[in-house]
Design a binder for this molecule. Structure first.
Ligand SMILES: [Zn+2]
Length: 84
């Protein structure tokens, strides 16, 4: 059990230094589209100790945002985007 805790701490320490970059590219639109992680992924990343995510926006820009500032109702928005 002690080993498991030590192992988790080690992983969290590594994950602290990891940057997540999510890029979505639309072939039909020929530019970057929205790739903000959905609320499920936001929770997962937060649980892993990741604080920030870099993602592409619907305007074709790349932005970096803290997970705690991301809208949690985002899943709905992304679904409507994907259905288009
Ligand atoms: Zn997701």
């Amino acid at each position: 059990m002690k080993n498991v805790i030590k192992y988790n701490k080690k992983i969290k320490k590594i994950l602290k230094n990891i940057k997540i970059v999510v890029i979505r590219y639309s072939k039909s639109k020929n530019h970057l589209v929205l790739s903000m992680p959905c609320s499920n992924c936001q929770n997962l990343l937060e649980n892993l100790g990741i604080k920030e995510v870099t993602y592409s926006t619907e305007c074709g820009d790349i932005t970096c945002e803290k997970i705690c500032n991301m809208p949690s109702h985002f899943t709905k928005l992304i679904r409507s985007q994907l259905e288009k």
